[in-house]
Write a protein that binds this ligand. Structure first.
Ligand SMILES: [Zn+2]
Length: 222
């Protein structure tokens, strides 16, 4: 019997196992097993686990809000970067599962957009981040928080205006589900923390123990 030509073997392998996935960030290089993206895209992020100072509830992020991280967050939000948001979530999930501060987490709760804004954007990037985290780390995603008040963009407002802008913006469906539980609120950026604080206070009012997990924070400097 003749040996099977190698190209047939590689054809069969590609057929049954699939081609290696292209990197969700650059779409060019392939992704090695156990990585969320290609090595150069992962290494382009200034990743490190940070506890964010000065917050009422424990908050963590993996990058300062600068450079490549800042660009990726903008791309994931405004240029339909669904894959990119999921990638950032994957990286967050890898970091979170190694973090002793988050042991005992019961669920991930994405910070919601107002339905009108989500309709325009087509997705909620915090939900995609939470899905990405869940792909690497076991707590489930709970869609229990909703935005009941449309709010102006926070970026043009000062700290006091931000706080009143988001006051009463959120509601918890099945609020009792958080009672006595460690839950993590997920969002892409923490700047002054007004939005997070409003959502976290709501969780605390229902007897939950909120923490925050973000890709980046302007409160962190390298
Ligand atoms: Zn890449």
């Amino acid at each position: 019997m003749n040996p099977v030509p190698w190209h047939w073997l590689s054809y069969l392998e590609a057929f049954f196992l699939g081609q290696p996935d292209p990197c969700p960030v650059c779409q060019q290089r392939s992704v090695a097993t156990g990585w969320p993206g290609c090595a150069s895209c992962v290494e382009a992020l200034p990743l490190a686990w940070h506890s964010i100072p000065g917050m009422r509830y424990p908050c963590f992020c993996i990058s300062p809000y600068t450079g490549r991280t800042k660009e990726m967050i903008a791309d994931s939000k405004y240029h339909g970067g669904v894959e990119l948001a999921r990638f950032l979530g994957n990286v967050l999930g890898i970091a979170a599962q190694q973090s002793p501060e988050l042991v005992g987490t019961r669920a991930l709760i994405p910070l919601p957009l107002h339905p009108e804004r989500e309709l325009v954007r087509g997705f909620n990037q915090s939900r995609l981040l939470a899905d990405g985290i869940h792909e690497w780390w076991k707590p489930p995603v709970w869609d229990v928080m909703i935005r009941v008040k449309p709010t102006a963009s926070q970026s043009e407002l000062d700290r006091r205006q931000r706080r009143s802008n988001v006051r009463g913006a959120f509601a918890l469906q099945k609020g009792n589900v958080v009672r006595g539980r460690n839950v993590i609120l997920v969002d892409d950026i923490l700047t002054t923390g007004s939005t997070f604080l409003e959502a976290a206070s709501l969780v605390a009012a229902f007897g939950g123990r909120p923490k925050g997990l973000f890709v980046a924070s302007g409160r962190i400097h390298r």
